[in-house]
Design a protein around this ligand. Structure first.
Ligand SMILES: NC(=O)c1ccc[n+]([C@@H]2O[C@H](COP(=O)([O-])OP(=O)(O)OC[C@H]3O[C@@H](n4cnc5c(N)ncnc54)[C@H](O)[C@@H]3O)[C@@H](O)[C@H]2O)c1
Length: 275
């Protein structure tokens, strides 16, 4: 690891586990100090303990703008500023076979975390950054926000909204040198998929998760799954000065899934040792 974020101060929402914790650990390894917000107190405190003085953790609900404001205030008061805001917290909502079966019972919750959380986090961070020389805001969308498909309609709609909001905010905030970009991950093993199974039995949830993974593996041109570290690498790029001329972009970290269908494997590939 290098020194790419030396002296920078970041907030990461949903940073206690999954992609968020990989980003927090990588930001710290690159010299940043990070305020982490998450609903999971146990994992958040364990992460902060691993990071030492470079990280502070608070229990927050990203769907509550008042609690998000506490993270921004903490970064400014305890670390002295805010240069990077990573609006990462997101939930999948419950998986349905078809929109015909969807009761939209979790609509408000998914939208409040995935859309209001991102919009409020962007606004709060940008208010500070606009008065203090600029900054970088990184919003987490998804391949599900780029590519149409079935199963989690509210999630897909929320992640598409994140992309459109990111571009619009980038345009408005450019005059303050506040850059706003989006990462659209796909098919990275974390707890996100398992959580989509809601109240299903563990056996059924396991079958569903395996079926989803199989489907995503078949849809991905690169013959391997991504890792949380792959997403953290993209986040470091957006957070640091190497991406200073980038705003309003959507970076798919998805093994090529949204580029198009993989080419058919030839029957001789396996014999040649090809994946
Ligand atoms: N893993 C993937 O392949 C993938 C693909 C597309 C998009 N994403 C997006 O990346 C982001 C991170 O996903 P992940 O895979 O790490 O998921 P995850 O479920 O593994 O982790 C999400 C983290 O957010 C926290 N969280 C959930 N609700 C919260 C709330 N209301 N307030 C604060 N924290 C909350 C959880 O406690 C957890 O620590 C999400 O926005 C997700 O939609 C992930």
């Amino acid at each position: 690891m290098g020194n790419e974020l030396a002296g920078k101060i970041a907030v990461v929402t949903g940073g206690a586990s999954g992609l968020g914790s990989a980003m927090v650990e990588r930001f710290v390894a690159e010299g940043a100090r990070v305020v982490v917000g998450d609903i999971d107190a146990e994992k958040g405190q364990a992460l902060a303990a691993r990071c030492g003085a470079a990280a502070l953790f608070r229990v927050i609900d990203a769907g509550d703008p008042g609690r998000l404001e506490q993270l921004v205030d903490l970064a400014v008061q305890e670390f002295g500023g805010l240069h990077i805001m990573c609006n990462n917290a997101g939930i999948s909502g419950k998986m349905h076979k078809s929109i015909l079966d969807d009761d939209f019972a979790d609509f408000q919750h998914v939208m409040s975390v995935n859309v209001l959380g991102v919009m409020a986090g962007t606004r709060l961070a940008a208010r500070h950054m606009a008065d203090n020389g600029g900054g970088s805001i990184i919003n987490l969308s998804s391949v599900g926000g780029v590519q149409a498909g079935g199963g989690v309609m509210t999630y897909r709609a929320s992640k598409a909204a994140v992309i459109h909001f990111t571009k619009s905010a980038a345009i408005e905030l450019a005059r303050y040198d506040v850059r706003v970009n989006c990462i659209a991950p796909g098919n990275i093993p974390t707890d996100l998929l398992a959580k989509a199974s809601g109240t299903m039995s563990p056996e059924k949830a396991g079958r569903l998760t395996r079926a989803m993974r199989d489907m995503m593996n078949r849809d991905r041109p690169l013959p391997r799954e991504g890792t949380p570290e792959d997403v953290a690498e993209a986040a470091v790029y957006f957070a640091g000065d190497r991406s200073r001329y980038l705003t309003g972009t959507v970076l798919a970290v998805d093994g090529g899934t949204t580029a198009g269908k993989p080419v058919m494997r030839r029957s001789t590939d396996a014999a040649d040792g090809k994946p």
